[in-house]
Design a protein around this ligand. Structure first.
Ligand SMILES: *Cc1c(COP(=O)(O)O)cnc(C)c1O
Length: 360
């Protein structure tokens, strides 16, 4: 068996320990004589799995009691519609456009009401986070929406926007559990788990209780009404059982690693190695303004498309895979999520250094 260093933006690397444990339990989960894939989501044994996952997540993120944790399907992309359906009482909301995922959420919201662009970094190809200290937020807006870590462009909010008292809704898909956050600052914080938490198939949404009501837009499907999911502890219908089980194992792994403070340190250390290299390189350049750099997704270019392609090809052959940038932006992108060990980043930088010497 030989495992590669996988820099995929998602689905992405998982901790090897978690995969090994899952393999060991594949045919017989803790004496049940079944795989978790085969068991009823209404069984006692599965109930313990989902409850324990929620308990561990609450502990890791320090989630207050007045927030519900929902395990949902449809990906972050379906959640883009759930936000206006559940929150647009006045049919008006503010969106900060920092990249493709924020834009998609904004476009989806326009189906249901008035989505207002509050700020944007489109003028410089989304290479920075705009100043959000005094946004044109009006009283009639139901919420302010952000994408906190921009997976494609590699930017991250270092301070949250001043929402002038409005509910903050944040997509944290690609920075989920990468560092501690203060949940009380948000009305809704959610993410698809396939970037930094688990396998594809589940969105975890953490929602302040008072925002979960029957007062939703007419025509909202039962499944997309947060109240349905909350009233049924995410078991209204069959949840993505196996994905939740693996997420639960990742939560245990994170606890063992020292929790989110420790993860933050680990992630900062990894990102510094890569950014320090990019800052001194004469061949490779980071594309993001230093003050807005993500700890998770690091895009870079050589400035020459042919050389980019050569780099990606040679890196792949050397065991550093999925380094090609997003199809809409080109260049390279190294996603260095929680599960990427520090050696993976060190070895990538050694490889980049060697490539630079051979190609200059
Ligand atoms: C990947 C991603 C999405 C889309 O996720 P799906 O689960 O594929 O719908 C949305 N937002 C962010 C920040 C992402 O990284």
């Amino acid at each position: 068996m030989s495992r590669v260093y996988n820099f995929s933006a998602g689905p992405a690397m998982l901790p090897e320990e978690v995969l090994k444990e899952a393999a060991a339990e594949m045919l017989d989960y803790q004496g049940s004589g079944q795989s978790v894939m085969e068991m009823s989501h209404r069984s006692k044994v599965y109930d313990a799995i989902i409850k324990e996952a929620e308990k561990d997540l609450r502990e890791l993120m320090n989630i207050p009691d007045n927030y519900k944790v929902l395990f949902l399907q449809g990906g972050a992309s379906l959640f883009f519609a759930q936000v206006p359906m559940n929150l647009m009482k006045n049919k008006k909301a503010g969106y900060i456009l920092t990249g493709q995922w924020a834009k998609k959420a904004y476009q989806e919201a326009k189906i249901y009401g008035e989505a207002v662009e509050l700020a944007s970094s489109a003028d410089k190809t989304f290479s920075y986070i705009p100043d959000c200290s005094d946004l044109p937020i009006t009283d009639d807006m139901d919420y302010v929406y952000i994408c906190e870590n921009n997976t494609i462009y590699g930017t991250k909010y270092k301070t949250l926007p001043d929402t002038k008292g409005k509910i903050l809704v944040s997509d944290i898909s690609s920075c989920f559990l990468s560092e501690p956050i203060d949940v009380t600052k948000y009305g809704v914080v959610y993410g698809g788990v396939q970037k930094n938490v688990g396998p594809a198939g589940c969105v975890i949404a953490i929602i302040r209780e008072d925002l979960i009501t029957d007062d939703v837009l007419p025509g909202t499907p039962t499944m997309m009404k947060w109240k349905t999911q909350a009233d049924n502890d995410s078991l209204y219908n069959t949840p993505p059982c196996y994905t939740i089980y693996i997420c639960g194992k990742v939560f245990k792994w994170l606890k063992k690693m020292g929790g989110l403070e420790a993860m933050k340190k680990h992630n900062e250390e990894k990102a510094k190695i890569l950014y320090d290299f990019l800052d001194q390189s004469k061949l490779f350049k980071g594309t993001v303004e230093p003050a807005s750099r993500s700890l998770m997704n690091v895009p870079f270019v050589t400035g020459n498309e042919e050389l980019d392609a050569k780099f990606v090809k040679e890196a792949t052959a050397a065991g550093f895979v999925n380094l090609k940038g997003h199809r809409t932006v080109g260049g390279m992108r190294a996603s260095i999520y929680n599960a990427m060990p520090i050696e993976g980043v060190k070895k990538l930088v050694e490889f980049m250094d060697k490539f630079e010497k051979e190609n200059s």
